[in-house]
Design a binder for this molecule. Structure first.
Ligand SMILES: Nc1ncnc2c1ncn2[C@@H]1O[C@H](COP(=O)(O)OP(=O)(O)OP(=O)(O)O)[C@@H](O)[C@H]1O
Ligand SMILES: [Mg+2]
Length: 559
């Protein structure tokens, strides 16, 4: 029995089934990966045909050059030149694409794309198609009904791409464009064993990332003050610890925001300003596992952070004295020993000796003596509240050295949270040290969680850039502006850069809007705490949710 087949101007009837084809005559310049997954109906039957034929590279290069010439001609003639541009790219991107094709990092594809809505009545098939066309239009596509060309639109692909097709069936797309059409992939990340990082701002699907499954365990969070960095970091810490109860955590806490959280987790807090929790002797070689030469180098770094005005000859003198101290001095030197050595040396060291007085009789005298803080808890923080601003980089540096040594000597996974990390980017030497920490923690199962207000602070010097490159995931919370350098370094798109200054703040919404860069993916996410998490963190971080804002406010807007 053969079914009756009828061709109508806009659809095809086969027995009781109507097929309404839809083609795309033009693509937008940017589409989100996996966009098909979001626009295809979930309740209606739809057929999607996608064929891709690789264009040989010599032909591809000729096409790119042709498209560029056409675009240039259109620009110079001021008109749009109709639909002559073979390749859906503008002049500038044609030139980028030319390089990519020449290097074979991108290829060109002849892509056939066809949607067919199926229904048991003509009206239903057409209205389903009209709704699909609307969704495509909203994304910037130009959909086209192949009127009087239904048969040519519907013939099955013959695998050679040589069958006659209506206009708007074939497109020339680079590899990225083709990849964006894969309907089952979208920007969801769902790593088994990972922690919930956030909910997609576009459709609220959850994103789970397993920190321990990647080459670097270190992440960075950047955002303006009040954007929710500390809260997000604390949330990630407790979620990580929930999965890995053996996790060791060390927190460098310049503003003293985490002390109550650490205590609530059964950990201990060292308060630098008043000496509570004990003393950390900056010169104790235990932090380098007894490696005295390495310790001497780190001591040089911390002292330079304290005395940024120190002159070259004084640096040389200080380095010499510090090396001597660790070669010949007591097993565990104190700052007083260092001061005495400088005095013995005389010479250029006069001013140095005066500077080092701060450890004997000045504001840092509490540090002069052996280490007395020996916390055994798995969670520790060092609270720097009350420390004068100009001394913060110094304190952070020897504490970073201490925390690094402590984590290196412990078993199991560990995280080192460095808040207000820009304080360590003020000086080249401390930034280099932080970069080394980020590169090396991985060797003993550790990751750094770096928090700072602006990524720009780390883009000035090579060490800062190296550090940023070694963060597997980077989250941008609201940024007042996104500099050209930041955009280029992280590959942030124009739309993302325009959105970040408008990302909503937790005080407005009860959650944090953010853009995550996880590996190569860009994910706009809402960082949302569950009610128990919020209540725990609110108490522990000593904060309260803004009045009138509910926990369950759904993420709106976004990109
Ligand atoms: N995801 C969130 N859900 C609910 N409340 C949040 C969230 N993130 C932050 N908050 C609240 O918003 C306020 C500001 O957050 P937070 O202190 O973490 O910002 P910050 O970026 O660390 O700022 P600063 O740079 O000043 O340290 C806090 O009161 C916090 O409780
Ligand atoms: Mg903070």
């Amino acid at each position: 029995m053969t079914r009756s087949q009828t061709e109508y101007p806009e659809l095809w009837q086969a027995g009781q089934s109507y097929r309404a084809p839809l083609l795309v005559s033009q693509f937008p310049s940017e589409v989100p990966f996996g966009f098909l997954g979001h626009i295809l109906p979930t309740q209606e039957t739809l057929e999607l045909a996608l064929e891709a034929h690789r264009i040989p590279s010599s032909e591809a290069l000729a096409l790119v050059h042709g498209a560029r010439a056409v675009a240039e001609a259109e620009l110079s003639s001021g008109g749009n030149g109709g639909q002559t541009a073979e390749l859906e790219v503008e002049r500038a991107s044609a030139s980028d694409l030319g390089h990519a094709v020449a290097l074979r990092t991108q290829e060109l594809w002849k892509v056939g794309l066809r949607f067919v809505t199926l229904a048991s009545s003509r009206v239903q098939a057409k209205s389903a198609r009209a709704r699909l066309a609307e969704r495509l239009t909203a994304l910037g596509f130009k959909p086209r009904v192949p009127r009087y060309e239904v048969r040519a639109a519907l013939v099955p692909p013959d695998l050679t791409a040589s069958e006659p097709r209506p206009a708007g069936y074939w497109h020339t797309l680079p590899t990225d464009g083709l990849a964006s059409m894969f309907p089952f992939g979208d920007e969801t990340v769902l790593e088994p064993g990972g922690v919930l990082v956030g909910l997609s701002l576009s459709d609220a699907h959850p994103v789970f990332v397993d920190r321990w499954a990647h080459a670097s365990y270190s992440w960075g969070l950047f955002g303006t003050t009040g954007s929710g960095k500390s809260f997000a970091a604390a949330l990630l810490l407790i979620r990580t610890r929930w999965f890995r109860p053996d996790l060791s955590i060390a927190i460098l806490d310049p503003l003293g925001e985490y002390s109550r959280l650490v205590e609530a987790l059964g950990g201990s807090v060292i308060r630098v300003a008043d000496g509570e929790g004990g003393r950390l002797n900056p010169l104790d070689p235990v932090t380098t596992g007894g490696d005295r030469r390495e310790k001497a180098a780190r001591v040089g770094t911390m002292l330079r952070a304290l005395f940024p005005s120190i002159r070259d000859e004084e640096v040389a003198e200080l380095d010499a004295v510090v090396s001597q101290l660790f070669e010949r001095g007591p097993a565990v030197p104190t700052l007083q020993d260092l001061g005495e050595r400088v005095l013995e040396n005389g010479g250029a060291a006069k001013r140095l000796a005066t500077l080092l007085e701060v450890f004997r009789s000045g504001s840092l005298r509490a540090l002069n003596g052996p280490t007395t803080a020996r916390p055994t808890e798995s969670v520790v923080s060092v609270d720097f509240r009350g420390v004068p601003d100009d001394q913060l980089p110094f304190h952070l540096t020897y504490v970073l050295d201490w925390a690094y040594g402590r984590l290196a000597s412990r078993p199991g996974p560990k995280l080192l949270l460095v808040d207000e990390a820009h304080l360590l980017a003020r000086h080249a030497t401390t930034e280099e040290f932080l970069d080394r920490v980020v590169r090396h923690v991985r060797h003993f199962d550790g990751g750094v969680v770096l928090l700072s207000q602006s990524p720009d602070d780390f883009l000035v010097r090579p060490a800062g850039r190296s550090l940023l490159r070694n963060l597997y995931a980077t989250a941008f919370l609201r940024l007042p502006e996104v500099s050209v350098e930041t955009r280029a370094f992280f590959g942030i798109t124009e739309a993302e850069a325009e959105w970040l200054p408008r990302a909503r703040l937790p005080r407005e919404t009860g959650y944090t809007e953010s853009l995550w860069r996880v590996g190569e993916l860009h994910l706009p996410l809402a960082i949302v705490a569950s009610t128990p998490e919020f209540e725990f963190l609110e108490g522990a971080l000593g904060r309260s949710r803004p009045e009138g804002v509910g926990v369950a406010a759904p993420p709106k807007g976004g990109l």
